[in-house]
Design a protein around this ligand. Structure first.
Ligand SMILES: [Zn+2]
Length: 351
């Protein structure tokens, strides 16, 4: 199966140059962002064995006998990115509006599109997606997840919601709520949700309540900018739309309170694979790049109750890793073009 998975990628991606790697791989980057630290780690290599990180040390002190050594010059190795708000069963509204997608596209078409969306997401360095609702397609999201698990298609790990506000995947009765007005957010917080999506009219008072109760916020800034664009806005030209001014104000209010920030873009409203746009906007709206990187890795992993498996470059974690050119702490936009994506046995190498 391992060979098949990798062969499949060779057919799909002409840029793949390392189709079949040994079971043990040593990745030698210039630097490592481990998912938490505020500084990059240098002088260390990472030994991956059977899909897990087993050692992080100087190259000459690693067990090298049977391992394939992969040099990543000029690159930073970091955890695979985690998207907390996707809709793999939607595609951009300027291609087909939401009503027509939900009312006129067959579930078969939507499932096939989802397969393409998942491939684009993995190529973009996203190794886990929390998909928040099938948008009129019943439990097709569950079927797509099962197809992924069987190796029928490739893509990020999917944690799906099915219909409306429901338990995520197999992790108990955890809930998230899509809410925009302060009153809707307050009710969701008091009802015990773990994350609030959108919240674009959030106030300091509401974000303080969220902080007190440990509720995290997924601001979905990219969806807001995409929709304003579909309505005719050209960024940098003319008056700023009210919804953009409002989402900037709520983002500033949230930063002021120190509420837990997730990284979730609402991708599906815009192109799958463009998820890193959200991370760029979080920086543009005033968040420190290293904090954005933490949100998209270790913090998102904690919010998925998977902090012991993903979101950090750390011994014992799953080998879900990406490499990017340069330093993502000083230039968040390098996340747009990962040079390597490793998801256990699946490896995309664009070096
Ligand atoms: Zn959504």
């Amino acid at each position: 199966m391992k060979y098949l998975l990798r062969t499949t990628f060779v057919l799909w991606l002409t840029i793949v140059v390392a189709p079949v790697w040994a079971d043990d791989v040593i990745l030698v980057p210039d630097a490592i962002f481990d998912g938490r630290s505020s500084e990059l780690i240098t002088g260390k290599a990472v030994l991956v064995s059977n899909g897990r990180i087993v050692q992080i040390a100087a190259l000459d002190s690693l067990e090298q006998s049977a391992a394939e050594i992969v040099q990543l010059p000029g690159q930073t190795l970091m955890p695979g990115l985690i998207e907390l708000h996707s809709h793999v069963l939607l595609h951009p509204y300027d291609e087909t509006n939401w009503n027509d997608q939900v009312l006129k596209e067959s579930w078969a078409e939507r499932a096939l599109r989802a397969g393409n969306h998942l491939k684009a997401s993995l190529e973009a360095g996203y190794t886990t997606l929390r998909d928040l609702g099938s948008e009129g397609a019943g439990y097709v999201d569950v079927g797509v997840k099962q197809a992924l698990q069987k190796g029928v298609i490739v893509g990020p790990r999917l944690i799906v919601a099915g219909k409306a506000i429901v338990a995520t995947g197999s992790y108990g009765r955890y809930t998230v709520a899509h809410a925009s007005t302060p009153e809707a957010m307050r009710r969701a917080i008091m009802a015990g949700v773990e994350t609030i999506e959108h919240g674009n009219a959030g106030t300091v008072e509401i974000f303080n309540l969220m902080k007190d109760r440990g509720v995290a916020w997924c601001p979905t800034l990219a969806a807001g900018e995409a929709i304003a664009g579909y309505q005719g806005w050209k960024k940098g030209e003319g008056a700023e739309p009210k919804r953009i001014t409002a989402q900037k104000a709520s983002f500033a209010a949230a930063l002021q309170t120190g509420v837990i920030m997730c990284a979730g873009s609402d991708v599906g409203v815009f192109d799958h694979g463009d998820n890193a746009w959200e991370l760029e906007l979080m920086v543009e709206y005033g968040m420190k790049p290293v904090d954005v990187l933490r949100s998209a890795t270790s913090i998102n992993a904690s919010l998925l109750h998977m902090a012991d498996q993903i979101g950090q470059v750390k011994v014992g974690m799953l080998a879900e890793l990406i490499a990017v050119k340069g330093n993502p702490i000083t230039d968040i936009s390098v996340l747009r073009k990962p040079t390597l994506v490793m998801q256990g046995e699946i490896v995309l190498n664009k070096n």
